[in-house]
Design a protein around this ligand. Structure first.
Ligand SMILES: Cc1cc2nc3c(=O)[nH]c(=O)nc-3n(C[C@H](O)[C@H](O)[C@H](O)COP(=O)(O)OP(=O)(O)OC[C@H]3O[C@@H](n4cnc5c(N)ncnc54)[C@H](O)[C@@H]3O)c2cc1C
Length: 503
């Protein structure tokens, strides 16, 4: 009889663990508290419009990258699924001027040089490094700690071309990079996507992901991608149980015997994988979780000053027209409005018209996403729990201010925008148990104490494993995908079996 793997959480990491558990010959069940699988990678309908909450870009989602087979095998990029390539990473506007980070790097470089010849040296350097960062590979064959010297060397050689990017931008902040440019719009452009403190290599490699062609989005959106992933899991024989909250991981004599569901049912397991937020795992699911939390992770939670966290505020609108004047993500100045106690003077908007069949005829769906630091998450959390009416009123007021800013910048939208939905960083906690509403992992800054990989094992509980976005920098869909697979490889290793799992 095959052994049973119980997986907590039906987000990408949990579904990935489920898919590879089935492939490895285990019996597996995924328990998801929400009505639909996908976790943070999701979307929903409002008044006939599809609102997407997640994939703005994939990473290494192209033939030739190691990760491609896993993207395909997961169902996210199944055969026949069209992958939309963005024309540009984003566009920054200021005082009537605009600069595009085109996917076509030569075009982007040429236009930037025309805009600011005085920045020639830094522009050339910038594009040289973006091009090099197209060589980024997400390690995905096996966990780093399971690689032998030969495999580590092979991986190092593969990433060799990336080395100058890490050397040059690995200890430079986005703000430092912006300061190198003389043209005010170029300074703004560098800081539009990520806050000043983030390490600059994150920005360079994000752009490289888009320019490489491996950073497209699966047409149909995040929700459809997750439903395909869930189908892939079920077709392999896995069982997905939704609407079921897991209350506890039961531990006896340094082993987990299974999980306890919210309704009191005990589910016996040979192995448990917690594919939920790590804070939730150690704080809520495990009794005395402090005993077990990996020290690297604990240090980071305990030192928020040097390990900042981020989430975002969103507003989605129906636009009663089709337009090419609002396209990919576009940043622009606005008069200023209050959001969780901070004055917002820079806005951004994105038109989802590439999802052609996902809005009513003749309309468009436009979304605004404003990054919010941890203190603003705490603001929304407190407001929700102390004065829900004010929470609702404040988020509605912010959405009205956002709408005004859009109408001022794009006057042709006046009278044509209708608010469809608003959500705050606290929403991610309420729906997914996401610590501080985070949907990647810790943000790396110059002061970050180099938290790299969090072990996917739990010291002291030998048959409990972890998966999810918090285990590998910089988090996101690829990390969730890969760490789900790694959890199964760790189980196989603990059994002394071969760990190669072919997609
Ligand atoms: C707005 C936004 C944009 C993003 N854009 C991108 C992007 O462009 N590219 C990219 O790579 N990434 C992006 N991400 C990040 C990406 O969505 C996440 O990193 C990834 O989905 C995390 O997957 P996960 O499985 O690790 O965690 P989660 O998605 O959080 O999954 C955990 C699951 O566990 C469930 N759960 C929690 N507790 C319990 C419990 N007690 N019992 C049962 N079930 C439980 C939750 O409901 C959830 O379904 C974005 C995220 C957001 C929010």
């Amino acid at each position: 009889m095959s052994q049973k793997v119980v997986i907590i959480g039906g987000g990408i990491a949990g579904l990935s663990a489920g898919i590879y558990a089935q492939k490895a010959g285990f019996e597996s069940v995924v328990y998801e508290k929400h009505a639909v699988p996908g976790g943070q990678c999701t979307g929903w309908m409002r008044e006939g419009h599809y609102i997407d909450n997640c994939i703005c870009w994939m990473t290494c989602a192209k033939e030739g990258y190691d990760l491609w087979d896993i993207w395909k095998d997961s169902g996210i990029c199944a055969d026949g699924i069209e992958i939309h390539q963005h024309d540009y990473f984003y566009k920054s506007e200021m005082n009537g001027e605009a600069v595009y980070l085109w996917r076509d790097l030569e075009r982007a470089e040429k236009e930037m040089l025309e805009l600011s010849p005085q920045d020639k040296r830094i522009i050339k350097n910038f594009f040289k490094h973006v091009k090099l960062s197209e060589n980024l590979e997400v390690p995905c064959k096996k966990p780093l700690d399971m690689m032998n010297l030969f495999e580590l060397t092979q991986m190092g050689l593969k990433m060799f071309k990336m080395l100058p990017v890490i050397m040059k931008y690995g200890r430079m902040s986005v703000g430092d990079l912006a300061d190198k440019f003389k043209h005010p719009l170029l300074k703004k452009m560098v800081m539009d996507y990520m806050p000043r403190d983030y390490l600059a290599h994150l920005f360079i490699t994000a752009y490289g992901t888009i320019s490489s062609g491996g950073g497209g989005v699966p047409v149909g959106g995040s929700l459809a991608a997750m439903l395909r992933m869930a189908d892939r899991y079920k077709n392999l024989g896995g069982t997905l149980v939704c609407n079921t909250n897991v209350k506890k991981i039961v531990v006896e004599n340094k082993k987990t015997t299974g999980i306890l569901l919210e309704d009191g049912t005990f589910v016996k397991a040979d192995y448990v994988i917690s594919a939920t937020d790590t804070y939730h795992t150690f704080e809520k699911l495990l009794d005395d979780g402090n005993r077990y939390i990996p020290s690297k992770l604990k240090k980071s939670y305990d030192d928020p000053k040097n390990n900042p966290l981020g989430s975002s505020f969103h507003a989605a609108f129906s636009l009663d027209m089709q337009t090419k004047e609002i396209g990919g993500r576009t940043f622009f100045d606005c008069e200023g409005f209050n959001l969780a106690g901070r004055k917002i003077t820079r806005m951004n908007i994105k038109n989802y018209s590439f999802e052609k069949t996902k809005v009513p005829e003749g309309k468009s769906l436009v979304q605004v996403k404003i990054l919010e630091p941890e203190n603003e998450y705490l603001y929304w959390e407190k407001l929700y729990n102390t004065d829900k009416a004010r929470y609702d009123a404040e988020k509605r007021k912010a959405a009205e201010d956002i709408q005004k800013a859009i109408e001022e910048h794009f006057p042709f939208t006046k009278g044509k925008l209708k608010l469809l939905d608003i959500w705050t960083p606290y929403t991610y906690n309420r729906y997914c148990n996401a610590y501080r509403g985070v949907y990647m992992t810790f943000i790396t800054t110059k002061k970050s104490p180099n938290l790299t990989n969090v072990p996917g094992v739990v010291k002291g509980i030998k048959n409990l494993f972890l998966a999810g976005q918090w285990l590998m920098l910089p988090g996101g869909v690829p990390v969730a995908l890969v760490t789900g697979k790694y959890a199964i490889q760790r189980i196989l290793k603990s059994q002394g079996k071969k760990i190669e799992l072919k997609p």
